[in-house]
Design a protein. Structure first.
Length: 263
C-alpha cells in the first residue's frame, strides 16, 4: 500500500519528474501531489524532451528537485549508452542553469558487477555523470520490478522452456519503489548511492515458475546455471542488494495472488 508523503515534509516544493508518465514516474507524481507539492510530469509526449532539450529549461525553472526515472526506448548497447549519456548530460546542464538543488535518479542494483550487460554499462556511465556534476544528488539503485517478471520469462524462452539460473532474485513492487522515491525527493541529498529491494530473496527460477503457474502459462522453467540474463552471466548475489538496503513491504506471492487472472 502506498503511503502519502508525511505531513511533516517541506511543502510547496516544485519537483520535476522526468519520465513522469511511466510506471514509476506516474506513481511518484501522484504521491508528491498528495504531499502538497507542485509537480511537473515531464515526458516527450508532454513537450519536455531530455534528448533534444525541448522544453527542459522551462520545465526546470523554479524547481528545487528533479527525479529522473527515464528509460531508453532501445536496449541495444550503443543506443542505450547514447540515450543515458545524452539525456543525463542535458538534464544536469539545465539543472545548473536553473539552480536545481537535488538530482534524484533511479539506477539498478548490480550495475558495476555486471559489465557484460550493455544496459548496465550505460547505467554506470549515467551514474558517473551525476557524481561529476556540481548538483547535489541521490542515486537509488533498485532491483527488478514485480511487473517485469513476465518479460524476463519471454526473453529467456526457447520453445516451451524458460532457461534461468537459480541465483537469488529479490524483486520489488513498483508501488514500494515509488513511495521511497517520493520520500527521497523531499529529503536532503545524500550525495551517494542507496539500494532498495523487495522483502524476499528467492531463487530466480522459482520466482518465474510461480509467475507462470499463476498465469496458467504452460511453459516449463529450467534451472540452467549457464543461462544469461539479458546477455550477461550472473553470480549467486548479482541481483540482490548489499547490507543496509531499503526494503519494500509487499511480498511477491501476495502481489501475484492479487494480480494473476482468476479462473
Amino acid at each position: 500500500m502506498i503511503e502519502k508523503i508525511s505531513e511533516t515534509e517541506n511543502k510547496n516544493m516544485k519537483i520535476v519528474i522526468l519520465g513522469g508518465t511511466g510506471l514509476i514516474g506516474s506513481k511518484v507524481v501522484n504521491l508528491l501531489h498528495a504531499g502538497g507539492h507542485e509537480v511537473v510530469a515531464a515526458s516527450p509526449s508532454l513537450g519536455i524532451n531530455s534528448i533534444t532539450g525541448e522544453g527542459l529549461t522551462e520545465a526546470l525553472t523554479g524547481a528545487q528537485v528533479v527525479v529522473d526515472v527515464t528509460n531508453s526506448p532501445s536496449f541495444e548497447d550503443k543506443a542505450v549508452l547514447e540515450f543515458f549519456e545524452t539525456s543525463t548530460g542535458n538534464v544536469l546542464a539545465a539543472e545548473v542553469k536553473t539552480g536545481v538543488s537535488h538530482h534524484v535518479a533511479v539506477s539498478i542494483v548490480g550495475t558495476e558487477a555486471l559489465p557484460g550487460s550493455g544496459y548496465l554499462r550505460a547505467k554506470v556511465a549515467q551514474e558517473k555523470l551525476i557524481k561529476a556534476s556540481p548538483i547535489p544528488y541521490t542515486i537509488l539503485r533498485a532491483t527488478q520490478f514485480f511487473e517485469f517478471v513476465g518479460r524476463i520469462a519471454d526473453e529467456a524462452t526457447s520453445g516451451q522452456a524458460v532457461h534461468l539460473p537459480s541465483v537469488l532474485f529479490q524483486p520489488i513492487f513498483s508501488d514500494d519503489l515509488a513511495a521511497n522515491l517520493a520520500k527521497i525527493a523531499v529529503g536532503k541529498p545524500l550525495n551517494g548511492i542507496i539500494e532498495i529491494a523487495g522483502p524476499d530473496a528467492i531463487p530466480f527460477d522459482e520466482v518465474v515458475r510461480e509467475y507462470l503457474a499463476a498465469h496458467h502459462d504452460p511453459r516449463t522453467v529450467v534451472a540452467d546455471e549457464q543461462a544469461r540474463y539479458f546477455g550477461t552471466t550472473l553470480e549467486k548475489r548479482s541481483l540482490v542488494p548489499g547490507e543496509n538496503a531499503l526494503l519494500g513491504s509487499c511480498h511477491f506471492a501476495d502481489w501475484l495472488s492479487r494480480t494473476a487472472p482468476q479462473r
